[in-house]
Design a protein around this ligand. Structure first.
Ligand SMILES: [Zn+2]
Length: 81
């Protein structure tokens, strides 16, 4: 353990839904970028689940309102950065 932590970036769902164009903000599992309508559907679904923020990468320590709560960085991971 190095004592360092990393935090995942998240999107403020209401902020993004209020923007005129958000196509390409997210991508499908196969890497294809989502269209504007697809991004809106995705964000709306997270909102229905009670999320104010949506993680932009997989995160297993995510608070629905505060975002990523951080992940300890191991010595090995730190050396790879
Ligand atoms: Zn995270």
């Amino acid at each position: 353990m190095t004592g360092k932590r990393i935090f995942h970036v998240s999107a403020d769902i209401d902020d993004f839904l209020g923007r005129p164009r958000i196509g390409g903000l997210l991508s499908h599992d196969d890497g294809r970028l989502m269209t504007d309508a697809e991004v809106r559907r995705d964000l709306a679904a997270w909102k229905v689940d009670g999320f104010a923020l949506r993680p932009l990468s997989p995160c297993d320590n995510f608070h629905p309102k505060k975002g990523c709560q951080g992940h300890p960085v191991t010595e090995q991971e730190d050396n790879q950065r």
